[in-house]
Ligand binder design. Structure first.
Ligand SMILES: Cc1ncc(COP(=O)(O)O)c(C=O)c1O
Length: 511
């Protein structure tokens, strides 16, 4: 694998270790003082070294809020590795990155195209920014039992419908590894002079192997965020954001300062530095192994009679490319829901998967997985298929779910709904009122109601139909759906005229 020698450098990790080795007497935070103050049970389990690198903002290790030395250099190396103009280390996951991306391009009242099934961190960015979401609905592939990705055509249609949208956010790849045609979406976005943001939480590895889908930065996106901790070797919560000069970098920096803790973990940041070095210098070899193992697992799972889509799914509607390191194992052929299979895998076989859905379980393969892991997983799945009684009734129910044709009416922005005075009322009486909750049935995992949307008779009947089927419905407070939270008033006592201010800002912008 070709790489610049510079990519072997780990300036932040090295500075952190150098500082730790000096064993200085600590009269600074954190309070555990090199771990000496930590209860023994904790220290005995994790070892003592980790506390030596749990530092705080010190001259020798730079500051995330205003990087000037080693963090600055580490972020520059990340930008070089990912083909970005700027990279930023994040210590509150991709969540803070999605929020910052949206806040940096959207003002209250401006429109943002978002996939209807975007992660809740995107919705939180919409709420914080006061964006008016313009939803685009990805297709639910009933045969595969998964939600696909949005297409460039859908994005272009939305732009034509709402020419005043400011920016577009897409998620690629999805949790299940389904990638959209990023290059084409970039072309469409830029043709209409829109900014393209990509939630690439599940794709920090894409750049480093040619058999994986094109990464957001390679495709020309303006900004993207990646959960380094989810797929490669960052510690949990460690993510990265990449950006091009096309965006207002000073504003982005200001917003990251606004959202970030002033005590970022050096353990997390050092892990980002090392994860980048690992991918930039050995990524291709490491990922070749992961891909080979994942494909082997996929073949064996399919031979065992369970579904597990790979590259052959490319070309189905909403599937432009597939990240084969993610194994979506369709459990319907085993006559069980994904939830049931996940439970058995965990309790009986000691195998923990990433998540379960009604139709499948998702197993994420990455750097640390071995052939032995695959053998355990495949053997357990074969065993489950052979020995457990299929629940045909349940599978019939899961397969019969049909989403309503009509898109909901957006009455208030999610921000207005989130800050409004709400009341809980019997669901049936809520028809015609504005939902204050997100209500999302699985399957298909696309919210039927988002905060701020009108509850119609169709939506009510559809949700009751799903509930009677025993379908999982998430997001709302009352899991039984007897009641629902609706907007009572849009101006709250403590909002201090916030919404008026938002509206004025939007009006000023229009004029
Ligand atoms: C698509 C997507 N975006 C964003 C996030 C949030 O990422 P993080 O957990 O790193 O904050 C997730 C988390 O699962 C996700 O699946």
């Amino acid at each position: 694998m070709e790489y610049s020698e510079r990519q072997l450098r780990t300036p932040l990790f090295t500075a952190v270790v150098n500082y730790a080795m000096q064993k200085k007497i600590s009269f600074h935070t954190p309070g555990h003082k090199h771990g000496d103050g930590i209860p023994k049970m904790f220290r005995d389990f994790v070892g003592s070294r980790i506390f030596d690198i749990d530092l705080t903002l010190l001259e020798e290790v730079d500051s995330l809020q205003d990087p000037k030395t080693v963090i600055k250099e580490a972020q520059k190396l990340a930008a070089e590795a990912y083909g970005a103009d700027y990279s930023f280390f994040l210590v509150n996951g991709t969540t803070i990155g999605n929020q910052a991306m949206i806040l940096s391009v959207i003002k209250p009242g401006e429109k943002l195209i978002v996939p209807r099934n975007a992660h809740k961190s995107v919705l939180s960015g919409v709420i914080l920014s006061g964006a008016v979401p313009v939803y685009v609905y990805p297709k639910y592939d009933r045969d595969l039992g998964v939600i696909c990705n949005v297409t460039p055509k859908q994005i272009e249609e939305k732009i034509i419908e709402s020419p005043d949208v400011k920016a577009i956010l897409v998620t690629s790849p999805t949790y299940n590894g389904i990638a959209t045609d990023i290059r084409e979406i970039v072309r469409v976005a830029h043709q209409y002079k829109k900014i393209l943001l990509v939630d690439e939480a599940h794709g920090p590895h894409l750049k480093f192997h040619p058999d994986l889908p094109l990464s957001a930065m390679e495709g020309g996106a303006d900004m993207c965020v990646q959960s380094t901790h989810k797929i490669i070797s960052g510690m949990t919560q460690a993510s990265m954001m990449h950006a091009r000069k096309t965006v207002d970098i000073l504003k982005l920096k200001r917003i990251l300062q606004l959202l970030h803790t002033t005590s970022p973990s050096y353990i997390l940041m050092a892990s980002l530095d090392v994860a980048r070095m690992q991918m930039a210098t050995q990524g291709r070899e490491i990922l070749s192994k992961v891909i080979t193992l994942a494909n082997l697992a996929r073949t064996e799972i399919v031979e065992a009679g369970l579904g597990c889509f790979g590259k052959e799914a490319i070309g189905r509607e909403g599937i432009y490319d597939v990240d084969v390191t993610k194994l979506t194992i369709d459990t319907r052929a085993a006559g069980n829901s994904g939830y049931e299979v996940a439970k058995i895998l965990n309790k009986k076989y000691g195998v923990q998967i990433e998540f379960a859905a009604p139709t499948n379980v998702l197993a994420i393969m990455s750097l640390g997985n071995t052939k032995e892991d695959i053998n355990r997983l495949v053997k357990a799945l074969k065993d489950i298929k052979k020995t457990f009684t299929p629940n045909e009734e349940l599978i019939k129910k899961i397969n019969s779910v049909k989403a309503p044709e009509q898109e909901s009416e957006v009455v208030l922005t999610p921000r207005e709904a989130a800050f409004s005075v709400t009341k809980k009322i019997p669901f049936k009486e809520a028809i015609g009122m504005v939902s204050a909750e997100l209500i999302c049935p699985y399957p298909p995992g696309i919210p039927v109601l988002a905060p701020g949307e009108r509850i119609t008779k169709e939506v009510f009947e559809y949700l009751m139909y799903l509930k009677n089927l025993g379908n999982m419905i998430n997001g709302q407070d009352d899991k039984t759906l007897q009641t629902v939270k609706v907007v009572a008033e849009t101006k709250t006592e403590n909002s201090n005229g916030l919404f008026e201010a938002d509206k004025k800002a939007a009006e000023t912008k229009k004029n």
